[in-house]
Write a protein that binds this ligand. Structure first.
Ligand SMILES: NC(=O)c1ccc[n+]([C@@H]2O[C@H](COP(=O)([O-])OP(=O)(O)OC[C@H]3O[C@@H](n4cnc5c(N)ncnc54)[C@H](O)[C@@H]3O)[C@@H](O)[C@H]2O)c1
Length: 433
């Protein structure tokens, strides 16, 4: 392919070198004359291991040139990749001015050249940005079919960028409506294994990845600080933590849904942060886990009370499926709050046997919901009733039976990620998706 690369910084220069090594013809575009001059000589405008050889080789094969002029690049290529910077603005927001400038220039060049073109944004941009830029600056070209636009986030790390480009840790491409890009682009550019989603999902994946990386580093550092304060080698602790690939380094606990609860997580987070405090340490991330969890619970309550329903059915009261443990169960708090606001409540939880509850578990009921017995239904049909909001906190009822009972008079609020519920005749809403 003949490809323009806008922005010859860390991402653009590596992208140029790697794509040229695959045999593509590259025209680099940058506003900095010095970068363009270097690039035209096959000299990398940045320091990155392995890039010198790639650019030198590309130059020798006649596969590389650079220009400051957008129209020149567009006239010479069929596809453009935008890798310009997206820095923070003074308020901490995203400054899209460089991308906007490039998109405007590309639009003007394409209207003049009347050639079909493909545009791929690689700059990191918040969800909605591609749609906004296309709507503001390129809508006519896209609608006429002259321009196809993709968002293709970059996951390379500086210092290992060439290897990361060749074998990315993740490949995701966003198209306007989530439909698959043409096979030649999948093969030559995105990679045949790339996941295809819509623009905002691809944009959000990049931010979720970077926020997750930042959260991992901060978590390890906070464990390190509290470990050192109590003479424990936290590097040894974290290395053992990483050996658990079932719960720790895995997709477990990584799905948006129920707040955490139960007899261990809240209590143990409280104890660890208390230990840090008594040692004079501040651990903002760990200290805010419980606050964030409470905020999550409040947002669930808000969603429930925003619906017009005054009858609510809770599927699953205990803190997770197949247990009768009610200690610090978020759904107990939801139920208590709804009762306090005068809602008509029905609860279905086949794992709960009130007569068998003892000790701390029974105390939860005695103090928080003394009338639980009158709300708890053992018969699913009675629990579901003829109407109301079904808050599905657990997959605790057989799907086939539920399907027979849920009607268009119900509204399903899925808290746990139970996709089958979408098939019901009732209105479906995901809690945080
Ligand atoms: N650096 C990384 O490791 C990395 C990794 C993944 C994603 N990203 C994202 O990729 C984007 C680029 O990052 P970077 O580190 O390569 O940025 P950079 O600042 O190193 O390079 C950006 C280049 O764009 C050029 N530029 C600005 N306006 C231009 C215009 N109108 N026309 C042509 N060129 C123009 C600048 O002169 C500069 O050379 C950012 O959105 C960044 O968040 C960066």
């Amino acid at each position: 392919m003949r490809i323009s690369i806008f922005g010859l910084g860390y991402v653009g220069a590596v992208t140029a070198g790697c794509l040229a090594s695959h045999g593509h013809y590259i025209v680099g575009v940058d506003v900095h004359p010095a970068k363009v001059e270097d690039f035209n000589k096959g000299i990398p405008p940045i320091v990155e291991p392995g890039l010198d050889e790639l650019l030198k080789d590309a130059k020798a094969k006649g596969l590389l040139r650079a220009t400051q002029h957008c129209a020149d690049a567009i006239a010479d290529t069929e596809l453009s990749i935008v890798c310009v910077g997206t820095p923070s603005n003074a308020a901490g927001g995203l400054d899209l001015n460089f991308v906007r400038g490039v998109a405007r220039e590309i639009g003007e060049a394409l209207r003049a050249s009347r050639k079909p073109h493909t545009l791929v944004f690689r700059s990191t941009m918040l969800p909605g940005s591609t749609a906004k830029l296309v709507g503001e600056l390129l809508g006519d070209l896209e609608k006429s079919g002259a321009l196809r636009v993709f968002y293709y986030p970059e996951f390379l790390r500086e210092s290992t960028a060439v290897a990361d480009f060749e074998t990315p840790s993740l490949a995701v491409v966003g198209s306007h409506d989530g439909s698959a890009p043409p096979a030649d682009l999948m093969k030559n550019l995105f990679g045949e294994k790339a996941a295809v989603v819509n623009w905002p999902t691809a944009e959000m994946v990049k931010y979720a990845c970077n926020a997750f990386h930042a959260a991992k580093i901060t978590f390890a550092n906070e464990v390190g600080r509290v470990g050192k304060a109590v003479s424990v080698d936290a590097r040894a602790v974290m290395s053992l933590l990483c050996q658990d690939t079932r719960l720790n380094i895995s997709s477990y606990y990584m799905k948006p849904g129920n707040p955490f609860g139960g007899s261990c997580l809240p209590k143990d987070v409280r104890a660890l942060t208390n230990l840090a405090r008594t040692n004079g340490l501040s651990l903002p991330m760990l200290e805010n886990l419980l606050a964030s969890n409470e905020r999550h619970l409040s947002s669930l309550l808000h969603l429930i009370t925003e619906t017009e329903h005054r009858e609510v059915v809770i599927l699953g009261l205990s803190f997770k499926s197949n247990t009768d443990d009610l200690r610090e169960s978020p759904m107990v708090d939801v139920a208590q709050a709804l009762l306090g606001r005068g809602y008509k409540l029905r609860i279905y939880d086949p794992a709960l046997n009130l007569a068998a509850l003892v000790g701390a578990n029974k105390r939860v009921i005695d103090t928080k919901m003394p009338h639980l017995a009158s709300l708890l239904h053992t018969d699913l049909a009675t629990a579901i009733g003829a109407r109301g909001l079904i808050v599905a906190a657990q997959k605790c009822a057989p799907l086939a039976e539920l399907k027979k009972l849920v009607t268009a008079n119900h509204h399903v609020l899925d808290v746990n990620g139970w996709a089958d519920l979408k098939e019901f005749s009732a209105k479906y809403e995901g809690f945080c998706w």
